[in-house]
Design a protein around this ligand. Structure first.
Ligand code: SOE
Length: 369
C-alpha cells in the first residue's frame, strides 16, 4: 500500500517534512511507502520551483481539489489555514498531520478536535520535540520513578529574531492569522512537552496566572510604505499549579537576545532532577540516586529511542531527525489504522492552557483552565 501525501505549505515546515518523507525509505525500511503526490500553495511559480526541489509529482493552488486524490494531508500553512482544510479533509476520510498550534483560537481548535473524533481517519498534531531521543529517554526514566515525586518544572522557549525593531512584519505577528505570538508559536511546544514528560505524574494544570507582553507595536513591511501593527505577544510567562501539588513556570520570548532556539525543560523531583535544552539535543543532564551533581548523558546508544535507525553511538542527531521520527510514527499509524499521539485532543488540551493564559492576562486574575 502506497500512501499519497498532499502537503500544504512549502516554506520552512514544507521543507522539514519533505526532507523527512524522503529519508523514511532509506532509514526506516518498515515505514509505509509514500508518494509525494501534490504540493499545495497559492503562488504558482514559487510552488512549481518548490515542488521540483522537494520531489513532488504535481502542484495545486486549491486544497479542496486535492482531497479526493490523497490519503494524507500535511497541513503546514499559517495557523489560520489549519482550521478549514483540516476539518474538510477529516470529513472526507483523509488523515491529517497539522502543524502547531492546532488553531488560532480555542473555539477553532474545539471544532477541529470534534471533527477528528468523528472521523475514521487519523488526526495528528506536529509537536516534533516529543520525538527527540533524549526526550523519550527522559520520559521513560520519569515514568520508572527515577526522579521520585515531582515538585518543580520550568519550561522556557527563547528566541531572539524580533529583538531588532526593524525586523520585518510577518503573519506570525498578526492575531487574526496566528492567534497569538510567542505563546502559540513557542509556548505550545513547552506546554506539550511538559504534558508528555510529566502528564501522568503531575496531572492537569488546575490554576494559572499568565502575562503577555508586546515590546514593538508596529513593523516595516518589505516594499510597502506603511508599517503594519503587531497584534500578538512578543513574550509570555505563566505560573501554574498542577493537580498533584507540583508547581511550574513557563516562559517564551522572541526578544531573548543571544538565544537562537533555546527550548529548555528543567524538572526537580524528590529523588533527582533533569535538564534538557534543544541547543544540545543529544544530551540529557541528570541527577539521580547518590550523584553529587548533574551528570551529562549522551543519548545516542543503539538502544536509545530511534537511534538504531541512524548511526553508531556518539554520531549525533539533529533537529531534522525529529521530523523523520514523527513522520514514521504518524504514517505507520495511518497505514495500520492505529492511534497516533500527539493527536488533535492533545492539541486541544494545549490550546485550552494557552487560552487560559490569554484570559488571565486580559482579566488580571488567576484562572482555572
Ligand atoms: C519559529 O519561531 C519556529 O520555527 C517555530 O514556529 C517552530 O515551531 C519551532 O520549532 C522553531 O521556531
Amino acid at each position: 500500500m502506497t500512501l499519497d501525501v498532499g502537503v500544504l505549505g512549502y516554506r520552512f515546515m514544507g521543507r522539514a517534512h519533505a526532507n523527512a518523507l524522503s529519508r523514511l525509505e532509506m532509514f526506516f525500511p518498515d515505514a509505509p511507502d509514500t508518494n509525494r503526490s501534490v504540493l499545495i500553495g497559492r503562488d504558482e511559480s514559487a510552488l512549481e520551483a518548490a515542488a521540483d526541489r522537494l520531489g513532488f509529482d504535481s502542484t495545486a493552488t486549491d486544497w479542496e481539489d486535492t482531497l479526493n486524490k490523497i490519503d494524507v494531508l500535511y497541513n503546514l500553512g499559517p495557523n489560520h489555514v489549519h482550521v478549514e482544510p483540516s476539518i474538510a479533509a477529516l470529513e472526507a476520510g483523509v488523515s491529517v498531520l497539522c502543524e502547531k498550534p492546532l488553531a488560532p483560537t480555542f473555539s477553532d481548535a474545539t471544532r477541529m478536535a470534534a471533527a477528528a473524533r468523528e472521523s475514521p481517519a487519523t488526526a495528528g498534531i506536529a509537536f516534533n520535540y516529543r520525538f527527540v531521543p533524549a526526550i523519550q529517554y527522559a520520559r521513560n526514566l520519569i515514568a520508572d520513578g527515577a526522579l521520585g515525586t515531582i515538585h518543580h518544572v520550568r519550561a522556557r522557549y527563547l528566541q531572539d529574531w524580533l529583538v531588532d525593531p526593524e525586523a520585518p512584519w510577518s503573519w506570525r505577528l498578526d492575531k487574526s492569522l496566528a492567534g497569538s505570538g510567542a505563546l502559540g508559536d513557542l509556548g505550545a511546544h513547552s506546554i506539550d512537552l511538559v504534558r508528555f514528560l510529566l502528564g501522568d505524574q503531575v496531572g492537569p494544570i488546575e490554576r494559572l496566572s499568565g502575562q503577555l507582553t508586546t515590546f514593538v507595536d508596529e513593523r516595516p513591511v518589505p516594499d510597502e510604505d506603511e508599517p503594519r501593527p503587531v497584534t500578538v505577544d512578543d513574550a509570555y510567562s505563566a505560573q501554574v499549579a498542577f493537580a498533584s501539588g507540583a508547581t511550574g513556570l513557563f516562559e517564551a520570548s522572541r526578544f531573548a537576545n543571544g538565544h537562537d532556539n533555546d527550548n529548555t525543560v528543567v524538572i526537580n523531583g524528590s529523588d533527582g532532577s533533569l535538564r534538557f535544552s534543544l541547543e544540545r539535543l543529544n544530551e540529557l543532564e541528570l541527577l539521580t540516586g547518590e550523584d553529587r551533581g548533574y551528570q551529562t548523558v549522551l543519548v545516542t546508544d543503539s538502544d536509545d529511542p530511534y537511534v538504531e535507525h541512524w548511526w553508531p553511538p556518539g554520531h549525533v542527531l539533529g533537529w531534522e531527525h525529529t521530523f523523520v521520527h514523527e513522520n514514521y510514527e504518524f504514517l505507520s499509524a495511518v497505514r495500520d489504522d492505529e492511534t497516533f499521539t500527539p493527536d488533535f485532543q492533545d492539541g486541544l488540551a494545549v490550546q485550552r492552557i494557552m487560552d487560559a493564559i490569554q484570559r488571565s492576562d486580559r482579566d488580571g486574575t488567576w484562572i482555572e483552565p
